[in-house]
Every structure is written in C-alpha cells, then in structure tokens.
Write a protein that binds this ligand. Structure first.
Ligand SMILES: C[S@@+](CC[C@H](N)C(=O)[O-])C[C@H]1O[C@@H](n2cnc3c(N)ncnc32)[C@H](O)[C@@H]1O
Length: 166
C-alpha cells in the first residue's frame, strides 16, 4: 500500500471513530480533551461535531501550535501548552469537570518512544475522565480501568483505538 493510501485510510478511520464517539458521549456531561493540536484538523472536526462542548487542547509549545491553521486555533482559555506528562497533571485544576471525551492524536517519528509515552500518559489521562467517558486514540493505551471497545464498522482493527472509562 502506498504511503498516500495508508494516510487516507488512517484519516478515514480517525474521522469514523470521532463521529462514533461524539454520539457515544451524548448523555455524558463534561468537556472534550484534544491531545495534539498540530494543524488543528481534528480540533476543528470536534468543534463541528459538538459545538455545545468546551474543548481543551493540549499542545507542546507555541512553536508547534503556530503550525495550526488560523481558523483552528482554540481560544487561549482552552489551550494548555507544555509537555503532555506535565500538563495532564496540572490540567486537573483547570478543567471545570471531568471530561466526557478525549482524543489522543499526539505522536512522534519515533514509534517506540511514542508507545512508551502512551503507556505512561494513559494513566494520567484516565484521571481526567468522567466515568463512562470515551477515549479515542491513535495508539494503544494499556490502563487497567480502560475497557477496549470495537472500532466502528469500516475501521480495520488496530488502525485506531477506542476505550471506555470504567
Ligand atoms: C499528529 S500531530 C496532531 C494533528 C492534529 N490532531 C490535526 O488533526 O491536525 C501531533 C501533535 O502533538 C504534539 N505533541 C507530540 N508529542 C507531544 C508531547 N509529548 N507533549 C505535548 N504535545 C505533543 C506535536 O507538537 C504535534 O503538534
């Protein structure tokens, strides 16, 4: 499969999982957490799916955040800058409530380092989530209180990951 085909399949899977998750949390109060602003594409999609929700966005630094499309920059109040292992801890004091939905779209070119980070940050993220809340992730999160769910129809298993918080 070409890299272009692979990229397109990943984006289609990402959108299908986010669309599914927005409906799945309809009955759960709380904000949305977006981990990794990047270009702001998925932030913009979440905003469109759930205009009534507050969306808090985690990103490493202004340098990375500067890459975001001008129309996809969150208001300052909702932007949490810094290394994710620090900001997931400090965010507890900043969020108005536990989150109904989180989307983890962090990543680095070093797959091994990212998987190791995901193992550590899954636990921190779980503490910010409401019971029954949903985490959609581009990487496996192995946390005992997270229940792995099937991805929506059309998404090949292993391409994207969905968890419910117990
Ligand atoms: C794949 S991009 C996000 C793409 C974005 N969701 C979109 O749709 O445009 C990953 C982002 O995560 C950020 N990131 C990666 N590792 C991070 C870390 N350890 N702490 C905070 N941000 C991080 C990077 O700066 C980058 O902007």
């Amino acid at each position: 499969m070409s890299r272009l085909d692979s990229f397109i399949r990943r984006m289609v899977a990402q959108r299908a999982c986010l669309n599914w998750a927005a409906e799945a949390v309809a009955g759960i109060a709380g904000p949305v957490l977006e981990l990794g602003l990047g270009n702001g594409r998925t932030y913009d999609h979440l905003r469109e799916l759930m205009p009534e929700r507050e969306i808090y966005v985690f990103e490493r630094a202004m340098r990375s955040f500067g890459r975001a499309h001008a129309m996809s920059v969150p208001p300052e109040k909702f932007l949490i800058l810094g290394e994710i292992e620090n900001t997931l801890i400090s965010a507890a004091a900043r969020l108005p409530a536990k989150a109904a939905l989180a989307h983890n779209d962090l990543g680095t070119s070093d797959a091994g380092a990212y998987e190791a980070l995901a193992l550590r940050m899954g636990v921190l993220l779980k503490h910010l989530m409401a019971p029954g809340g949903i985490i959609v992730s581009n990487v496996i999160l192995q946390v005992s209180e997270l229940i792995s769910l099937d991805t929506p129809p059309g998404v090949k298993p292993g391409r994207y990951f969905i968890y419910r918080v117990s």
